[in-house]
Write a protein that binds this ligand. Sequence first.
Ligand code: ADP
Ligand code: ZN
Length: 635
Amino acid sequence: MDNKLDSLLSNRLFVTLGMEINMTKQEVLGKYFGYGSFRPGQETLIDAILDGRDVLGVMPTGAGKSVCYQVPALMLPGITLVVSPLISLMMDQVKALNQAGIHAAYINSSLTEGQIGRALTLAAQGRYKIIYVAPERLETEGFLAFAGSVEISMVTVDEAHCISQWGQDFRPSYLKITQFLEQLPARPIISAFTATATRQVREDILCVLGLADPEVLVTGFNRENLYFEVRHVKNKDAQLLDYISAHSSDSGIIYCATRKNVESVCAYLEDMGVDATRYHAGLGADERRRAQEDFLYDLKPVMVATNAFGMGIDKSNVRYVIHYNMPQSLENYYQEAGRAGRDGAAADCILFYSPQDVRTNQYLIEKSKDDQEMEPQVREAVLEKDYERLKKMTYYCVTHDCLRDFILRYFGEYGSSYCGNCSNCLAHFESEDVTQVAKTLVSCVAGSRQRYGINVILDTVHGANTVKVRNYGLDRNPCYGKLSKVDTPRLRQVLNHLLLEDYLTVTNDEYKLLRFTPKTKELLEDGARVVMKLPRQEEGQAAQKGKRPSGKAAFLEDEERDLFEALRALRMEIARQERVPPYLVFSDKTLLEMCRKRPEDRAQLLGISGVGERKLEKYGALFLECVEKASKRSD
Ligand code: ADP
Ligand code: ZN
């Protein structure tokens, strides 16, 4: 088999320039990318580009932004330059294009001057249709000379939010793009892409890049294939191991809040026999690179990391992202969790919550501001915003409503209140009228003149006999001991609900005092009723667990699962020989479709999403053989 594999793999078929001008966009999508139809938004942007218009595409991670510029790049007469912020991102994209049979190259600081010179010579001869370039390169003499001597049809700005000073990832070098464009003999089409949705960033992109009457497309941020779950857990290590063991052949990322946590969690998993690796900013460059490669190439399926890991990671077969600690904001959470399931197959996003995480994050937020030189007033304002974001993140962890809906509303979209694919939608709740408990809590806050935090208020209504309660004279509060029969977890749930529903709020300073809101009056004076969803007391988390077979394996019968494993093994073998990450051979989603459809010949194989002509040539025979063997066994 090895020989056969070798000879098939050496059979290189590449696109020659200009050949695709006569193809339709559907044909290009099918031939090179192997997809049968466009995803929402892709066509609009491609059509606009082909009409010669500038575009801005705002789409969530995994929505398929690359196709939006790669398909037209093949159809336009000249070269497309793609400005991209990260070396790893460029390498990954170029590898994927080469896999699909498209000549592409990158030019960045990972190459020697000699290599850059050779690449530019080949490029000037028209060898590459798509060239990725780091923004710093644009202004160099060699590159400008090249750019002035060839036909450049389009300049694509990837991760375009890096151009905005208001974004999270501002890169001054991105401002060079404008100057570069001005120096070109003819103005190319400009297309810009980002996953950052805020209006300010969007306007910055349009303005700084000077897009002319652009087609601006903002798609919804929902990712249907992602399952969301929040777990309130005491023993996080045990839960983590439990999950990973049940998904041992899947690849996943575990995000921790601190380097220390990364070290201890990774060591624990390794002790338990899990093939895990780790990544954080405290490690040397070599070690980080090795860890990243081990993960990309599926040699170590589990990555334990801080949020330093992930930007520019296009690995499409990440089947789960677990947050060992709650992140600092929903922006961070959605970006990190969104690295799961880029291939569109089912994937899990699970957050392990413990109240300790709130304190850790407060500390991290404070500390991060110490490192930056800021005027005291600015510092206050920034801290206030950070705390507000942290508060919303905490609400996500305690809400009993649809988690997806919560996220989408946070980003300014209207979801439906039931998604059917999150832990809250799948849990058994019952509605309960908690008006009396709610009123007592609010009265207690009133009776102590809004001067205390959550724990003191809970102690008071519970009638605790603590030093604090006695010292503050809270045993004389009219509500003292009034809710002694309600257990503390439930009291906390009701209080959380009051915060979520804006009947009460907490201050954003270090004391976290409970305060009234304009809505509090409705409860105390207007007779508003408070009804909330509560998990059935006897059930709780134990019942939730195991109810939902998770991950993609859930959708496979035993037989199919065997075939899936066989296909995955074949993919790994090919990937090793070709020295590419396995997901660049075929995505998990493509393998899953092979399991379900069991293609018998080349035509049927070509009909599977993700199988293009080039991959059919290279791998078709091997995968057909694998499917056939499995079908014989099961006859
Ligand atoms: P983004 O850059 O928006 O995060 P990518 O461009 O990496 O997303 O695309 C995510 C995944 O979706 C990739 O595996 C890509 O091949 C796949 N994809 C893109 N367009 C389509 C399509 N029309 N049909 C099926 N899969 C697609
Ligand atoms: Zn839901």
